[in-house]
Design a protein around this ligand. Sequence first.
Ligand code: NAD
Length: 361
Amino acid sequence: MRILVTGGAGFIGSALVRHLIRNTAHEVLNLDALTYAGTLSALAPVADDPRYRFVRADVRDPIAVARAIHDFRPQVITHLAAESHVDRSIDGPAAFVETNVVGTFTMLNAACAYWQGLGAAERAAFRFHHISTDEVFGSLGDTGRFTETTPYDPRSPYSASKAASDHLVSAWGHTYGLPVIVTNCSNNYGPYHFPEKMIPLMIVKALGGETLPVYGRGENVRDWLFVEDHVRALRTVFERGEPGRRYNIGGNAERRNIDVVHTLCTILDRLHPRADGRSYAGQIGFVTDRPGHDLRYAIDATRIRDELCWVPEESFESGLEKTVRWYLANQEWWRPILAERAADQRRGLGMSPNQLFSEPR
Ligand code: NAD
């Protein structure tokens, strides 16, 4: 198949592209604007493969998007391009509305025009697969899990923009008959994760001897999904999922933030002990909580397990150890990103200091 992946230079998108090139015969076109979050170095392992192509384009640009679709003639569009960081959405929501809402609208319009021009068999086989988040469902108390029928209750500018885009995708399915699928996943972690998100941030700060900044008292609970499990799920959904259906994807790994950081410290103590022999846990510090911080997210992934036979392969502990090993072995990937970010901050272009203390998405 020919798969057009938007946001393929981002964390999940690049994992999907690497997975597809390494494990399938599909051809992949990566359409990405290369914002601060996009790194082509994450695609270096597959960049020379003749089945991989890259086009630098903005999902808000209708002409560039239409041209890419008509030239590549995809059977599947997996739409991941987005502004994805909650803290940034609090300081600057406009980019989230533009990319996540207007960008998704632009992708849908272009995909629909292309799809309407296909023959009947190709129209039936086509999929527009939209990648969304569990944050659209709001915050849980101590019990319960989000299912595919949980009502939407987004509470941050980020989650509101994702919720709006999900509704647009559903509307294009209902109104125009475009074969759409929406997946809502929990917090991803793994290799090539931009070091502003909680797990890589903690690893690089630990190695730098800095404070490990935990929001509030670290009581917030997230359901952690290893990115390589997630991309297997995405492939399963666009190859075998039913158009018009939604699928939740989670890792069955609910953890409080403070427990995540302690587990990380234990792994680092074993793999890369501090020179003074003390535990990295001594670097943990608590910082002012994020405004409107949702308490708990948890995904019920029964549908994708029962209908499509997908289950996560990694436990949280095994996935986290793989992640820590990767960050230790691939410092040439993340150190330049940190250096560039520090230079941006010196020029006044970076995030506010509080945003450095950032958590999940
Ligand atoms: P990311 O921030 O790592 O990557 C986003 C990519 O999109 C980058 O390569 C960036 O250059 C590109 N992009 C941004 N704006 C663009 C534009 N206007 N035009 C074209 N490209 C643009 O994000 P991620 O963590 O890989 O997330 C991918 C998708 O999955 C997003 O839609 C996000 O909402 C969703 N999601 C992520 C998580 C998570 O834990 N990371 C969880 C749930 C859902």
